[in-house]
Design a binder for this molecule. Structure first.
Ligand code: FAD
Length: 226
């Protein structure tokens, strides 16, 4: 299926960067950073590959737009091509990265951010870029360690930051899937925008719930990690 990124991918120029930092955030989940050499808007993506001629994969930038680095957050697709190799890379290794692009951006308006798993990345970038005021962030994950960046976000966004944990219990966590949390809500602001990011299944399910609760279609903006 064509999407707004397929055309862009073939036109992209990727240039070498050295990995400046690599962190493991959870089992099979990594944060990799390279020096920031261009400006970007929080919510944009970069294309990444390991050598010329490979089809690049897209990753949301997960870092703030004023920081010294561009970071990406990814999980390993065990039978995937790039993500297992990226997970094996070391600081100092060379990867190819495009200039930032994309329009999944959100300015200062009141909005609700909804993410599953590594779909938190663009919202982390928005958070670290200082765009969290007037926002509600709903993050779904399976385990208590799957709320990446929670130590940064929780003290700042407080009760506007809702973590929905489907397989474990934990202090301050809603126990259940984020779709269950949304279904239970008796009031949703119909005038604000809802930004969705994550797997195709999550985005489709959440979109259906929001529409069933009378959120106008044009107020639902999605970034799908296909
Ligand atoms: C706009 C956008 C932003 C994204 N941002 C992020 C992000 O921030 N973090 C993140 O983790 N991911 C993100 N993704 C997903 C990312 O681009 C990659 O798709 C992901 O990392 C997997 O890449 P891979 O090379 O390891 O797997 P791939 O080799 O691309 O394979 C992906 C999956 O498809 C299956 N597959 C591959 N080929 C076939 C085939 N021929 N038939 C059937 N199944 C097949 C594989 O088994 C695997 O499970 C984003 C995607 C998009 C479109």
């Amino acid at each position: 299926m064509a999407n707004s990124y397929s055309t862009a991918k073939s036109d992209l120029q990727l240039v070498p960067f050295e990995i400046s930092r690599k962190h493991q955030l959870a089992e099979d989940v990594y944060l990799i950073s390279v020096p920031r050499k261009s400006d970007f808007e929080a919510g944009q993506v970069v294309a990444v590959s390991l050598s010329d001629g490979q089809t690049p994969r897209l990753y949301s930038i997960a870092s703030g737009n004023a920081g010294p680095e561009i970071s990406i957050l990814f999980n390993i697709k065990k039978d995937g091509f790039l993500s297992p190799q990226l997970a094996n890379s070391k600081e100092g290794d060379r990867i190819l990265v495009s200039a930032p692009f994309g329009n999944f951006t959100c300015r200062d308006e009141k909005a609700c951010w909804i993410a599953s798993g590594t779909g938190i990345a663009p919202f982390a970038s928005m958070f670290f870029s200082g765009q969290w005021k007037g926002k509600t962030l709903i993050h779904g994950g399976r385990t208590v360690d799957s709320f990446y960046f929670q130590d940064d976000i929780a003290p700042v966004m407080k009760e506007s930051y809702i973590r929905c944990c489907s397989q474990e219990n934990g202090l301050g966590l809603y126990q259940g899937r984020l779709t269950s949390y949304l279904k239970e809500q008796t009031y949703l602001d119909l005038s604000q925008k809802y930004y969705l990011c994550g797997s195709p299944e999550m985005v489709v399910d959440v979109r259906d719930i929001l529409i069933s609760k009378k959120v106008p279609f044009e107020n639902i903006i999605s970034e799908i990690y296909f």
